[in-house]
Design a protein around this ligand. Structure first.
Ligand code: SAM
Length: 277
């Protein structure tokens, strides 16, 4: 097992164990977007498990008295498996009174929260869930891109770019007039997504917004097109975490574009409008 510290010692208060894990959504990164329940859970935890998607600003809210266990993927090290995480959580729930599993965004949206609930139930551990603001809502709030709009979009699809078996997701019928498509984990597949959308009849000049580090310091925003989005990701070195928001609603944002290629500052409506070549 990679990267695992011993969790229990002779002073561990086993008698207080509740046999419960609280699965907590940390939101997209801004600590102001934690719910009151989430804040209460992470400030009263005995032990807290977290991974890479939890922002430094959120972790700064966790008191030093809370034992923290990182279950992400440190540079170059082997990733701890989902089964190993479930086993660690179950052991902790048998030992500590307040066990928190903190996840970026909402734990039940592309967060493997469902797998952790199932695995913990099999271990006889009960789970409470505290929801978090998902990245799409965070990005919409800072960019003012409306996910629905009476003139542009009456439906939203949240899609992960890649399925569990590594294949590209099925993008048919998800984008187009009257629809908003939000792609999670799509950066590395931007060219394939662009091709899949065009195969589905979406025009090359259809609007796309890309939001990196939504709600965090250093948030970057770009407006581009289905044709240009892969070139933008490469040229601007867009990094994870980032979302692709595809639809006419992105045009509502591009109406605010007033810079050509300047650095983008969190909280201001500066956009980089990208057209390659
Ligand atoms: C494993 S998924 C987790 C999603 C999370 N549970 C949620 O509800 O937002 C990770 C992906 O979420 C998106 N994401 C999460 N936080 C983000 C942020 N602050 N800004 C932009 N995208 C974000 C990115 O697409 C990232 O690759």
């Amino acid at each position: 097992m990679a990267n695992v510290v011993p969790l229990f010692d002779s002073k561990t208060p086993a008698a207080q164990a509740t046999g419960k894990v609280i699965l907590v959504g940390a939101g997209p990164g801004d600590p102001g977007l934690l719910t009151r329940k989430a804040f209460a859970a992470l400030t009263t935890a005995d032990i807290l498990f977290y991974d890479d998607l939890v922002s430094a600003e959120i972790l700064a809210e966790v008191p030093p008295s809370v034992r923290r266990v990182y279950v992400g993927k440190p540079n170059g090290a082997a990733k701890i498996t989902q089964e190993e995480i479930i086993s660690l959580l179950a052991d902790a729930a048998r030992t500590y009174a307040h066990v928190v599993r903190l996840k970026g965004g909402d734990p039940l949206i592309f967060g493997r929260g469902g797998e952790e609930i199932e695995g913990l139930r099999l271990e006889g551990i009960s789970v409470d869930v505290i929801p978090g603001i998902t990245a799409a809502q965070g990005a919409a709030s800072t960019t003012h891109i409306p996910l629905t709009h009476r003139d542009h979009s009456a439906q939203i699809a949240y899609v992960t770019a890649v399925r569990r078996d590594g294949a590209l997701a099925d993008f048919r019928n998800l984008a187009g007039e009257g629809k908003t498509l939000v792609v999670y984990m799509g950066l590395g597949k931007a060219a394939e997504i662009s091709a899949a959308l065009k195969d589905d009849g979406i025009p090359g000049d259809f609007p796309v917004a890309i939001v990196e580090n939504a709600t965090r310091p250093g948030e970057r925003r770009f407006v581009t097109t289905v044709d240009q989005m892969a070139a933008l990701v490469a040229a601007k070195v867009v990094r994870s975490p980032a979302l692709l928001l595809i639809g006419k609603v992105a045009t509502a944002a591009s109406a605010r574009v007033h810079t050509e290629d300047t650095a983008v500052t969190h909280g201001e409506f500066n956009w980089v409008h990208f057209a390659h070549g």
